[in-house]
Design a protein around this ligand. Structure first.
Ligand SMILES: Nc1ncnc2c1ncn2[C@@H]1O[C@H](COP(=O)(O)OP(=O)(O)O)[C@@H](O)[C@H]1O
Ligand SMILES: [Mg+2]
Length: 334
């Protein structure tokens, strides 16, 4: 994988270069869900993806519903369990996350990587106050020495998410969607995780509230309180606002990976071009109906540039610019 050599100073990021060890390294990851219909059938949600996350990076996963974005996040949190199948490695601190003991996993899940699930803001306990929810969490994680200490810490965390401390005495029902989402993020920050995974964190919010919440997160990132973000959303404008690097996914594979400005303005993979509105329309689109092998490029059916080899075998990632790669035979594999 090619790595950008240009320090990303403008965005306040640490310089990335080839010598920097990845923080998280995903190697040949495949996930197959046990399908509900039929006996013993599996649905391949991820097909052999590899990806390095470098220290200090904010990475975005873009792709339409069903692309496998949430599955990547679940895998990073080691939440894929039998009867579903997971293969490959996710290396963090020299260890495979998928092979951690229960005790190691408990530590990893909160202190190293924390995830905010899709629609998490609806999961706040409706019958307890925000302060009480914080107290339970902080005592359970042994971050607070007692109730007063927990209250102090809660206020500090709420303050970081730009919420007034009076929220502590309120019930979830009394909060707006944006406030609830801020509370959820504040809770995830309690353990100062190195990696924060956010799965469609603002999709349910109106546009103004959405960008207000994202602005707070961005400030935390810029001040160094948040080290690494992995942001999942199907909304390119949210990525453009938040991340340094964008990964485009389609039906369980990564089709493009590169610096956000490049991928947004000059997407190289035909599917990225379709998503970002730069794909030329072609009469060939949709005209191919032959059966595809399991290993085909998933865009074959709709791609105006489709070639026979696209149907035979998924291309590897080819370099298409500085730090930018696309899985497409237009760029290599002659
Ligand atoms: N627990 C599950 N059981 C069965 N299929 C699942 C499960 N979770 C996700 N899938 C399927 O796997 C594919 C990828 O899902 P997901 O990772 O949620 O995609 P995304 O987040 O990009 O919308 C989808 O086709 C989805 O229906
Ligand atoms: Mg999802």
């Amino acid at each position: 994988m090619e790595i950008p050599s240009k320090p990303n100073v403008a965005r306040g990021q640490p310089p990335t270069d080839t010598l920097v060890e990845p923080l998280l390294s995903i190697r040949n990851l495949s996930v197959a869900y046990r399908s509900s219909k039929g006996k013993g059938g599996y649905y391949k949600a991820l097909r052999n993806i590899s990806l390095d996350i470098r220290p200090g990076e904010s990475v975005g996963l873009l792709g339409e519903s069903g692309a496998g974005k949430s599955t990547v996040a679940s895998a990073i949190m080691s939440l894929v369990e039998p009867p579903d199948k997971i293969m490959g490695e996710i290396i963090y601190n020299g260890k495979d996350v998928l092979k951690l003991t229960d005790k190691q996993l408990r530590h990893y899940r909160w202190n190293e990587a924390a995830m905010i699930f899709q629609a998490a803001m609806n999961s706040l306990d409706p019958v307890v106050t925000v302060g009480k929810s914080f107290e339970e969490l902080l005592l359970d994680k042994q971050l607070a020495r007692g109730r007063n200490h927990a209250r102090e810490l809660a206020k500090k965390l709420l303050h970081e998410m730009e919420l007034p401390e009076t929220i502590c005495d309120m019930f979830p029902l009394e909060l707006s969607g944006g406030m609830k989402q801020r509370v959820i993020i504040a809770m995830a920050l309690a353990t100062s995780p190195k990696i924060l995974l956010l799965d469609e964190p603002t999709t349910a919010l109106d546009a103004v509230t959405q960008f207000a919440v994202l602005s707070t997160l961005k400030k935390l990132k810029q001040s160094g309180k948040l080290q690494n973000l992995i942001l999942i959303t199907h909304d390119p404008s949210v990525h453009a606002f938040m991340v340094d690097r964008l990964i485009v996914m389609l039906k369980g594979v990564i089709v493009e990976d590169g610096p956000i400005e490049e991928v947004m303005t000059r997407p190289k993979h035909p599917y990225s071009q379709l998503l970002l509105g730069t794909l030329p329309l072609s009469p060939k689109r949709g005209s191919i109906s032959e059966k595809l092998v399991d290993d085909s490029c998933p865009f074959t059916r709709y791609c105006p540039y489709v070639m026979q080899k696209c149907r035979d075998r998924m291309p590897k990632m080819y370099s298409v610019g500085e730090g930018q790669e696309a899985a497409c035979y237009l760029y290599g594999g002659a």
